[in-house]
Design a protein around this ligand. Structure first.
Ligand SMILES: *Cc1c(COP(=O)(O)O)cnc(C)c1O
Length: 394
């Protein structure tokens, strides 16, 4: 991952200035001997298919970790979102409440079903969807007889949304809650694991997430029917008959057994991967926390995040440089950083969708910077990031 030639990163800094440093990525995969060993064992066992003992073991281990009865390993978190929405009964013409401040996958899954997302703003306390807005929107829609079919909550940057408030609101109107915990495996809310809230939780094992299978996801749920239906739809909705019999539209969404082997290795290391990211967060806070005009993403006292990404808000006037100047300075030193998600209601794709509120998500987008947070960051890497950010503040 750090081989510049292989990744197309610059062999030297831009403008020809020498740069002996290798590229620092935002959140690269962190895999090693354990994952390699398990992958090769799976390969040698000839379970080179989307079924097999590693897949079953990976599902059982994730279900155990999340504290739910069922887990279905899928090709991506997006596939898990798609099938979770089907489980919630989302159909053409329905509406689904979605936080505007999220990765596009949360809203794309709604579009796959011909339903419409209605976007809601975040709360400044956690950057997660504002539960008061969810409650208000449900109340107003109940009066009009236009309740949404589902609400998606996202655990942003590895911190859980406020599920007591969200579940109370959803339960009152009988609306299904889907937890998009793609970024949050290993986080918890009031002692309960991320992924365990609502009808179904969604996990991602994409290359940049807290654990990776090189691409993959999972639907986790306590509901046996949801799990059975999801497994069925993910394997082309094949009926349990010797000939090929089909009653509904299915998908080819299962995770490969080979990739599940990598996931098993990653899962064994999850505590260490979280600890490394927590240490990075602690390091950045200690080394940058004194700078005026720089605030870290707030952490609520209701849970513990998995520290997936460390993000800051920059006030250009007090800090002496804005978001884009910081990003440019980092880029000049071969460091990958990113703006916070661009809210969905500002995306051309969703220009005709309804949005409630917006000041928080727009502000976080305009002023937010996600700093390199990978679990394999070295002290030298962290120091280089900190020096670069400090240098533009003066
Ligand atoms: C990564 C991510 C997804 C999608 O997961 P994939 O495995 O990449 O399909 C969905 N929602 C959020 C919030 C994510 O960050």
């Amino acid at each position: 991952m750090t081989d510049n030639a292989a990744t197309g990163a610059w062999p030297s800094g831009p403008r020809g200035e020498p740069d002996q440093y290798q590229k620092i990525y935002l959140s690269p995969p962190d895999v090693g001997d354990l994952e390699r060993k398990l992958l090769i064992e799976a390969f040698d066992s000839n379970w080179v298919a989307p079924v097999g003992p590693d897949l079953n073991a990976f599902e059982a281990q994730v279900a155990d970790l999340v504290g739910v009865r069922h887990a279905v390993a899928l090709a991506s978190g997006t596939a898990a979102l798609h099938l979770a929405l089907i489980a919630a009964g989302v159909r053409r013409g329905d509406t689904v409440l979605v936080p505007s401040f999220t990765f596009v996958a949360s809203a794309n899954a709604v579009m796959y079903l011909g339903a419409r997302p209605v976007f809601l703003d975040s709360t400044p306390e956690t950057w997660n969807v504002d539960p008061a807005l969810v409650a208000e929107e449900l109340r107003n829609r109940a009066i009009r007889g236009q309740l949404p079919r589902a609400v998606i909550a996202v655990d942003m940057y590895g911190q859980c949304a406020d599920y007591d408030l969200l579940l109370t609101a959803c339960d009152r109107y009988g609306v299904a809650l889907i937890e998009d915990a793609a970024e949050a495996l290993g986080a918890s809310y009031r002692g309960r694991a991320a992924g365990s809230f609502g009808l179904a939780g969604v996990l991602s094992f994409n290359g940049n997430k807290i654990i990776t299978t090189g691409g993959g996801g999972m639907l986790v749920t306590d509901d046996g029917q949801v799990a059975t239906q999801t497994r069925h739809l993910a394997t082309q909705a094949r009926e349990p008959l010797p000939h090929y019999e089909h009653r509904s539209v299915g998908y080819n969404y299962r995770l490969s057994n080979l990739l599940a082997a990598v996931g098993r290795g990653q899962l064994q290391r999850l505590d260490d991967l979280i600890a490394a990211r927590r240490e990075t967060n602690r390091y950045y806070r200690a080394a940058l926390g004194d700078l005026p005009g720089l605030e870290f993403m707030p952490i609520a006292d209701y849970g513990s995040p998995n520290w997936w990404l460390t993000c800051v808000l920059v006030d250009a006037d007090t800090f002496g440089a804005g978001r884009d100047e910081i990003l440019a300075a980092l880029s000049r030193r071969n460091i990958e950083a990113r703006p916070a998600w661009k809210p969905m209601h500002l995306q051309p794709l969703f220009s005709d969708c309804v949005m409630r509120g917006g000041a928080v998500s727009v502000d976080v987008f305009r002023r937010g910077v996600c700093l390199p947070s990978g679990s394999a960051l070295t002290d030298d890497d962290r120091r280089r990031v900190v020096e670069t950010v400090r240098a533009v503040s003066r």
